[in-house]
Design a protein around this ligand. Structure first.
Ligand code: S3P
Length: 170
């Protein structure tokens, strides 16, 4: 069988990872997995509930397990959670087993998408978004950069243009 190395999408919350990942998977005839959804399915409950009951560490362990699982497969576009790059073991696995694409969004794009989104994000409560996005971007941007094989700027672009740019740079 033809070897289809996974493509992993990384990036900050609300930068479009799932939307772009699904479209990219369609174009390539790859499967699509969202690690957040995988975790919720396995746990039978929401990420919010995991954060509230057991805390962030518990979720991060589940996230590392999910990353390990998808890295053992091929032919997938994998959309990761925004914090998947916080653990170096995740980054190592993703880089070894997939082409890692960072969807780089600036603070305005992220804030606008967060405003429009109906997803519940435990780390991004309403009312404190601006300062949190600034602080978290400052901490995480170097991690996304170090993890990425390919960087695609998403600000002001539509889904089709972003997918095309990824395909062009793989
Ligand atoms: C998180 C991002 C979320 C989810 C969890 C933690 C983060 O995923 O994994 O709430 O630490 O940035 P999205 O990036 O899909 O929102």
């Amino acid at each position: 069988m033809e070897n289809k190395k996974n493509i992993s999408i990384i990036g900050f919350m609300a930068s479009g990872k799932s939307t772009i990942g699904k479209e990219l998977a369609d174009r390539l005839s790859y499967g699509f997995v969202d690690t957040d959804e995988l975790i919720e399915e396995k746990e039978g409950r929401s990420i919010k509930s995991m954060f509230e009951t057991e805390g962030e560490g518990y979720f991060r362990d589940a996230e590392s397990t999910a990353v390990e699982e998808v890295c053992a497969m091929e032919g997938l576009v994998v959309s990761t959670g925004g914090g998947a790059v916080l653990r170096s073991q995740n980054v190592q696995m993703l880089r070894k087993n997939s082409t890692v694409v960072w969807l780089r969004a600036n603070r305005e794009t992220i804030l606008e998408n967060l405003r429009r989104s109906e997803d519940v994000r435990p780390l991004m409560k309403k009312g404190e978004q601006e300062i949190k996005v600034d602080n978290m971007l400052f901490e995480r941007a170097p991690k996304y950069k170090n993890a990425a094989h390919v960087i695609v700027d998403v600000d002001g672009k539509n889904v089709e243009d972003i997918v095309f740019e990824i395909l062009f740079n793989l």
